[in-house]
Design a protein around this ligand. Structure first.
Ligand code: ASP
Ligand code: CP
Length: 360
């Protein structure tokens, strides 16, 4: 498969921190001076291929492109497209990318955005690939922290809820561990603790972190509390989901024990992990956060369209002795994809989903 020659955003960590900072700073500038950018993407077309439900990511990307003077096409229900007739990801991507300048994809399988980037004839952006990553949510979170806390370093960050399947948590940990002095408190039940590759990444980056089951025990020490929804759609059974649901709920009573300048973030949608009265607390920033998402996506669209910094999509190696056995990896569905593997701390990982690959 030939390597197309475009800038993609599959994983923020494919880019240096300086690049993230440029996107965030541009997002802040656009926030303050949106009128300067109203024609910045005139004549450009953005396609949104959403194989999974979305409110914020899809609509903030769409309004971002419209506010930049560009146009939008796409689907938010694959069953209303020719995916319902059995079209594979490769063909859909190939065709839609020939109609557009930038393609935003959300898909239930890990590694799907990388797979799409391999065939696309335009930039591809990962808008969430299964339980794996959600890099544009992380840009949103970083812009929110920059604007509201004034810094991305020396923060004690609590992440609470579904740390296992929450892709926003994985992307945010990967990003914040690259800034100096950040500490993490991972608050979850033992069943929903962060995946080993995220804990290892925190260890390897030298960040202080600890795991905690009690939100009450941690809340008083936090600068940032990142609440998350239990990801019902990723559980093996309804019973497994029901056993985890409703364990954590941020209430005004809990907020009374938090720092006066705590920032409460949530990628949204909220189900019942934040009680509605907390919305009135000035420390509740999640609706502002969703709005910052539009400005940072405007910045991202501009950066990717102007970029001449073309990165290779695949960098792993073929390995005839290994296989990815993750049923939620894109390799399990799109059989034409070449399996590729990377070495990480003595383990062989699937390049698409980052899960451990087994011997055949
Ligand atoms: N909207 C975020 C995501 O798509 C978080 C969530 O759905 O809970 O990952
Ligand atoms: N935060 C987020 O990704 O929201 P949606 O799932 O509504 O896009």
């Amino acid at each position: 498969m030939s390597e197309p020659n475009y800038s993609h955003l599959i994983d923020l960590n494919d880019y240096p921190v300086e690049w993230w900072n440029k996107v965030i700073n541009l997002g802040a500038t656009i926030y303050h001076h949106p009128q300067r950018y109203v024609q910045a993407c005139a004549g450009k077309i953005m396609a949104t291929l959403f194989y999974e439900p979305s409110t914020r990511t899809q609509m903030s990307f769409q309004s971002a492109m419209i506010r930049l003077g560009g146009s939008i096409i796409g689907f938010d229900n694959p069953m209303s497209s020719s995916v319902s007739k059995g079209e594979n990801l490769k063909d859909t991507t190939k065709v839609v990318s020939s109609y557009s300048d930038i393609l935003i994809i959300r898909h239930p399988l890990a590694g799907s955005a990388k797979a799409a980037a391999m065939t696309a004839d335009c930039c591809v952006v990962n808008a969430g690939d299964g339980g794996h990553l959600h890099p544009t949510q992380t840009l949103t979170d970083l812009l929110t922290l920059k604007m509201e806390k004034g810094r991305l370093e020396h923060l004690t960050v609590g992440l609470c809820g579904d740390l296992l399947y929450g892709r926003t948590v994985h992307s945010l940990c990967k990003a914040l561990s690259c800034y100096a002095g950040n500490k993490f408190v991972l608050i979850s039940t033992p069943e929903l603790r962060a995946p080993e590759y995220i804990r290892k990444l925190l260890r390897d980056s030298g960040c202080e972190y600890r795991e905690e089951t009690s939100l009450d025990a941690a809340i008083g020490e936090l600068d940032v509390l990142y609440m998350t929804r239990i990801q019902r759609e990723r559980f093996a059974s309804q019973a497994d989901y029901l056993a985890q649901k409703d364990i954590y709920c941020l209430t005004p009573e809990k907020m009374a024990h938090a720092k006066p300048d705590l920032a409460v973030l949530h990628p949204l949608p909220r189900v019942d992990e934040i009680a509605v009265p907390v919305d009135e607390d000035p420390r509740a920033l999640y609706f502002k956060q969703a709005q910052y998402g539009m400005y940072v996506r405007m910045a991202l669209i501009l950066k990717l369209l102007e970029s001449e910094n073309h990165l290779p999509v695949l960098h792993g190696e073929a390995n005839a002795e290994r296989q990815c056995v993750n049923p939620k990896c894109i390799l399990a569905q799109e059989h034409y994809l070449p399996p590729r593997f990377v070495q990480e701390g003595g383990h062989t990982l699937c390049e698409y989903c980052e899960e451990r690959a087994l011997k055949k």
